[in-house]
Design a protein. Structure first.
Length: 230
């Protein structure tokens, strides 16, 4: 299930988008605190962002720039501004598409589907080339998925980064500090259990696809991706 973050201060529009998109299998999160958009983005780790321009505190252009510094996930501007300059400015600030209000909800859905296919699905460039296989399990970096021959799991951005490091190091141990330094901004405070929580989620997803791999905790050092003992 792909996750969409809706950054829209008109709650009737935000709820309309959420209700419609969830009917088509998307998981949606609406932002309510518009001074914490970047924090919420990092917490939710969405696969796509719908961004209004006129927002309390900072505008959508500002938040698009901030998000683009952290992620390449698609950003779709949704705004009542209709000038060509606004559209150009949106693209220059990191947006992938610009939709004007009032909008047709099915057009928005079609554009979202297109962005998802382009970035994560069958239209992703070289999606078959950027893969890592260990045991019976394949990590598809472009499609953001873990899979075995019969099952697959979609990853969050952080899970993908952790998984990539563990797959590349296999079967060697990766220290907690290496994982933290590579994935989280060193200047940002990270709670002690943040890495532990993400590793726990990855373990659950490996189990969910009946992977032959497991993530072992190496006490006092870090984590090791290895084949399960049979």
């Amino acid at each position: 299930m792909y996750t969409i973050l809706i950054v829209e201060d008109e709650m009737n529009i935000a709820n309309t988008l959420k209700n419609h998109l969830e009917k088509y299998g998307y998981q949606c999160h609406i932002v309510f605190d518009f001074e914490r958009v970047l924090d919420i983005f990092q917490e939710v780790e969405p696969h796509l962002v719908i961004m209004d321009i006129n927002l309390p505190a900072f505008d959508g252009y500002y938040w698009s720039r901030k998000i683009r510094q952290l992620s390449n996930c698609p950003i779709m501007i949704l705004s009542a501004r209709v000038s060509e300059l606004d559209q150009v400015y949106g693209i220059e600030n990191g947006a992938d598409d610009f939709i004007t209000k009032p909008f047709v909800i099915d057009v928005v859905l079609a554009k979202i589907n297109g962005q998802i296919r382009r970035v994560y699905g069958e239209y992703a460039q070289d999606s078959q080339k950027r893969t890592l296989k260990r045991g019976n399990t394949v990590l598809n970096i472009d499609a953001v998925r873990l899979s075995t021959p019969d099952e697959e799991e979609l990853l969050t951005v952080k899970e993908l980064m952790l998984c990539s490091m563990l797959f590349e190091a296999f079967p060697n141990v990766v220290s907690r500090q290496q994982l933290l330094s590579a994935i989280w901004d060193e200047e940002m405070f990270v709670e002690e259990n943040t890495l532990t929580v993400n590793i726990k989620r990855l373990r659950k997803k490996l189990e969910g696809i009946h992977s032959s791999l497991e993530i072992a905790t190496i006490r006092g050092i870090g984590y090791q991706l290895r084949e399960k003992d049979i």
